[in-house]
Design a protein around this ligand. Structure first.
Ligand SMILES: *Cc1c(COP(=O)(O)O)cnc(C)c1O
Length: 220
């Protein structure tokens, strides 16, 4: 299957899932996850008119996108992987949304760098909904305090929440939980659902779905 065919299939699936839960399909935005994919695949998606992409590593994103971005009007890039504070400068210069804000030190560093570059990028807070030791994201019970910190101390533009459910859990439990956390905290955007489960994330309120392999094929 070509990227074009996959893209059409995903859009159709999103539309159907949205109709079934009475949501407007355009409220669900497809983040095309291009990490580890060859440039030809990215080019193919761009030729189809797709403009929203996600990368999980700053260095790789730079090599994929530094030149492409300036040549592609309307292009939007999301950072969907962990961000080290020593990469904040490059991240702020390149990305249009940080989906993985999860600690005070990072919030401070982002805030400082955004001011310096005069580039206030919207952020999502990553929540560790499965309380997994090794996984990024803030513990759910710390969300209200962290959100308050990001806004009042760091003046960051926090739009919503993001999660990556544990591999062995039914994802819908985590999607529903993230939705509940967002409502309780007055947040609009929900980044949840990947290739295997984006359909399930739609009735539970996803506004961003992050799809890699279903769009580009297996990562080499
Ligand atoms: C790789 C990745 C995805 C995409 O995963 P697929 O299963 O290939 O769709 C989504 N979100 C994050 C955070 C990722 O790292």
């Amino acid at each position: 299957m070509s990227v074009r065919e996959n893209l059409e299939y995903i859009k159709k699936t999103v539309k159907t899932a949205a109709r079934e839960c009475a949501r407007a399909p355009e409220t669900i935005k497809l983040v095309a996850v291009s990490k580890n994919q060859p440039l030809e695949k990215i080019t193919e998606a761009l030729e189809c008119g797709h403009r929203l992409f996600g990368e999980n590593r700053v260095q790789e994103a730079l090599s994929h996108w530094r030149d492409l971005k300036s040549r592609t009007p309307g292009l939007l890039l999301h950072l969907i992987g962990p961000l080290q504070t020593n990469k904040v400068k490059e991240a702020v210069a390149l990305f249009d949304m940080i989906e993985t804000l999860d600690r005070e030190k990072l919030a401070r560093a982002l805030s400082k760098e955004m001011k310096k570059q005069n580039r206030p990028i919207p952020c999502l807070i990553q929540v560790n909904t499965g309380h997994e030791e090794q996984k990024a994201g803030i513990p759910p019970d710390q969300l209200p305090a962290f959100l308050n910190f990001c806004r009042t101390e760091c003046h960051l533009d926090i739009r919503g929440l993001m999660c990556i459910p544990p591999v062995d859990d039914p994802p819908a439990l985590h999607f529903a939980f993230l939705k509940k956390l967002a409502s309780e905290n007055g947040l609009e955007e929900l980044s949840m659902g990947m290739s295997a489960d984006y359909e399930k994330a739609i009735p539970l309120g996803a506004t961003y779905i992050r799809v890699g392999t279903a769009l580009f094929g297996q990562r080499p």
